[in-house]
Write a protein that binds this ligand. Structure first.
Ligand code: F6P
Length: 363
């Protein structure tokens, strides 16, 4: 006899292409295979804290597989363990997790499925410590979660960045310029490395390998000596100069990770303009990487994650998250999944392959 009758889903953190694919697969699998009722909390943990939800039927998820964003809305603020409340004109942070749990109890939710990145999965773990049956689904375009080989959204972001590089090539070549593309990825260089490889970049700068301007200059000049009067540089938002610091765009206090990186592309571009005898320009790809329709790869991965999430929501093990391991979808304890961020191995095969095809990492 299955004790699980009703589950709820929420999407937390930044949106990523494929979120709707996960929601769709959870709803379809939960209803058809496990005869469960499904609810969706709106706008991430904000909906859980303030009790804003909808009932999800198969009709709600029809036609959403190819849509970017999340039909449930999301937020990268609103941590129930550190919720901003205005008091006497000041913002103070309160633990409102008991209110959130009460909302789950009042609605008779047996299991809460949390689709999110490391911030949301940390909250999932804390809720599970307080006795809530939770299931995690890893999400981020940054691909920096160690529990899973790949996260959905990453392939779409890489595809968008690669298309941008293809387009920048034409202006670079025509005007004999150095074109710099700044991409997202926080503390991991995955989007920069993959798109740089796919887009034929000449230089890739990532947080895992501190760079040196003189080495970038040497690379550009070596290309000029070969008659190639342009260069393409991909710089991850978290890339750092040797003995330098990450460039922070702003701080968002209420966010689970308050640091917003950004600006290194401009810094690199201005510096190279002075160092090399070519015109330089910067393009910051920004949220275009998170937008639009998911690639086929992300639609498939998000569907597989959603199916597994519904299956383990129905029968356990709870407190686990789904993950891709090689070719298989598995589940691992959330606590394992959030232990460390997955970053690029500076001495790994991917970086070596990039170097072998002539890409400089500015070292
Ligand atoms: O984690 C996903 C991500 O897009 C990062 O790559 C980026 O640093 C950050 O979120 C941007 O956050 P926001 O949407 O709050 O500007």
């Amino acid at each position: 006899m299955n004790s699980i009758k009703r589950i709820a889903v929420l999407t937390g953190g930044g949106d990523a292409p494929g979120l709707n694919g996960v929601i769709r697969a959870i709803v379809k699998t939960a209803i058809s295979r496990h005869q469960l009722e499904v609810y969706g909390f709106l706008d991430g943990f904000y909906g859980l804290i303030t009790n804003k939800y909808i009932k999800l039927e198969k009709s709600n998820v029809s036609g959403i597989l190819q849509r970017g964003g999340t039909i449930l809305g999301t937020s990268n603020r609103d941590n129930p363990f550190r919720f901003p409340v205005k008091k006497n004109g000041e913002t103070i942070y309160c633990d409102v997790s008991d209110d959130a749990i009460k909302n789950l109890e009042n609605l008779n939710i047996d299991v809460l499925v949390i689709i999110g990145g490391d911030g949301s999965l940390n909250i999932a773990h804390e809720l599970s410590q307080k006795g809530v049956k939770v299931i995690g689904v890893p999400k981020t375009i940054d691909n920096d979660l160690s529990a899973t080989d790949v996260t959905f959204g990453f392939d779409t972001a890489v595809t968008t960045a690669t298309e941008a590089l293809d387009k920048l090539h034409t202006t670079a070549e025509s005007h004999h310029r150095v074109m710099v593309l700044e991409v997202m990825g926080r503390y991991g260089g995955w989007i920069a490395l993959y798109s740089g490889l796919a887009g034929g970049a000449d230089v890739i700068l990532i947080p895992e390998i501190a760079f040196d301007y003189t080495k970038i200059k040497e690379k550009i000049e070596a290309r000029m000596a070969e008659g190639k009067l342009f260069s393409i540089i991909v710089v991850a938002e978290g890339a750092v100069e040797k003995e330098g610091q990450m460039v922070v765009a702003k701080m968002i206090e209420e966010s689970t990770d308050p640091v917003r990186l950004g600006g290194i592309g401009q810094v690199v571009t201005e510096r190279l303009a002075k160092l090399v005898g070519l015109e330089t320009r910067v393009t910051v790809l920004g949220h275009l990487q998170r937008g639009g329709s998911p690639t086929a790869t992300d639609r498939i991965l998000s569907s597989r994650f959603g199916v597994m999430a519904a299956n383990i929501a129905a029968k356990g093990p709870w407190g686990h998250m789904v993950a891709l391991n090689g070719k298989d979808i598995i589940n691992v304890p959330i606590v394992e999944g959030i232990k460390e961020l997955k970053t690029v191995n500076p001495n790994g095969e991917l970086v070596e392959a990039a170097k072998s095809v002539g890409i400089s990492f500015g070292i």
